[in-house]
Design a protein around this ligand. Structure first.
Ligand code: HEC
Length: 300
């Protein structure tokens, strides 16, 4: 452990976040989707977690059992996600079992370690991306024992899944379905937890417009081949890949999408035709504006 000051370092925001998580997502409740939904709602109400997660968050696995550098820029294989997506759809996959520990690592870095248990018995559409396709990744989620929140200069910049309890590897999600997104027998687009209808509240007045803009924008980005690189397999080897598969993933990248079309920097070294880029820029700007309104509506 690289802790300079040992456990029990006092940092009020981390204490509040720990308390909010345990109240919203107690370990006493089972693996059920209704418990998860209550947890997602409760986390969404945490003003402290909201206040401390204003940028893109690096999310992924990191072995923190040995001395480790908590700065996400020292690690590859992390995903970039927006705050609302992380708070509602990702953290809520876990039950928070206790108030955890707070450690000061160095002058700029504080970590909060929370003991957790993954909800592995939900329907497959309840997971906000189809990571269960990959047995290693699924087992990493199932076996996770701890979530580590990293505060750099008092902002949460990364959230790592760590630890492994093999006794928790109790579910094999079974054979693969045909695609990352699928329509179930009731006509619902799955994974449902990846859709805006899950990320946003039912009474959010901006979601219908956002969905309409996003549909056209996603289609145009696929046509421009953006998803050949911005996918979990990360064929271009980005250090921290920003995914463009699902609505919940694109949401956090909205400002950067405007920038890449303004600067004509994507795909790298292969600028799009003028009219294609102009169309994407217009869509990106509309998406960014309406997404900001929709997200602001969710502020606790
Ligand atoms: C050939 C692979 C490839 C393709 C195709 C590609 N990208 Fe990228 N993208 C990258 C790489 C590599 C980076 C990182 C570049 C850097 O940091 O300079 C990146 C970075 C980005 C970023 C910035 C993310 C951030 O966090 O700053 C955005 C947004 C983005 N790409 C969007 C797109 C869009 C939209 C398209 C389709 C028009 C696209 N990309 C097509 C490889 C690709």
């Amino acid at each position: 452990m690289t802790s300079a000051c040992g456990d029990d370092f006092e940092f009020e925001p981390a204490e509040r976040i720990a308390r909010d998580l345990v109240i919203a997502c107690p370990g006493a409740y089972l693996n059920s989707e209704s418990a998860r939904n209550e947890c997602a709602f409760g986390i969404g109400r945490s003003a402290t977690l909201f206040d401390y997660t204003d940028g893109l968050i690096r999310w992924g696995r990191l072995d923190t059992s040995e001395d480790v550098d908590f700065d996400p820029s020292s690690h590859t294989d992390l995903t970039k996600l927006g705050s609302l997506t992380v708070r509602r759809a990702y953290l809520s996959m876990f039950q928070f079992l206790g108030e955890g520990t707070i450690e000061k690592i160095d002058d700029g870095t504080i970590i909060l370690r929370m003991p957790v248990k993954f909800r592995n018995a939900m329907s497959l559409g309840a997971y906000p991306e189809a990571f269960w396709w990959n047995a290693n990744l699924w087992d990493a989620y199932q076996g996770t024992t701890e979530i580590v929140f990293v505060f750099l200069d008092e902002r949460i910049v990364a959230i790592y899944l760590t630890g492994r309890d093999n006794a928790r590897l109790t579910r094999d999600p079974g054979p693969l379905v045909t695609d990352w997104t699928w329509i179930d027998d009731d006509g619902i687009t799955q994974p449902y937890a990846a859709q805006f209808s899950y990320i946003f509240s039912a009474d959010n007045p901006y979601v219908a417009e956002l969905e309409e803009i996003a549909d056209g924008f996603d289609f145009a980005m696929r046509a421009a081949d953006c998803t050949s690189c911005h996918v979990p397999s990360n064929p271009a080897g980005l250090r921290h890949v920003g995914l463009l598969n699902y609505p919940n993933q694109t949401l956090g990248l909205r400002e950067r999408l405007v920038v890449v079309f303004e600067t004509r920097s994507m795909p790298p070294g292969m600028p799009l035709e003028d009219h294609v880029n102009a169309d994407l820029l217009e869509r990106a700007i509309a998406y960014d504006i309406v997404a900001d309104l929709a997200i602001a509506f969710e502020a606790p």
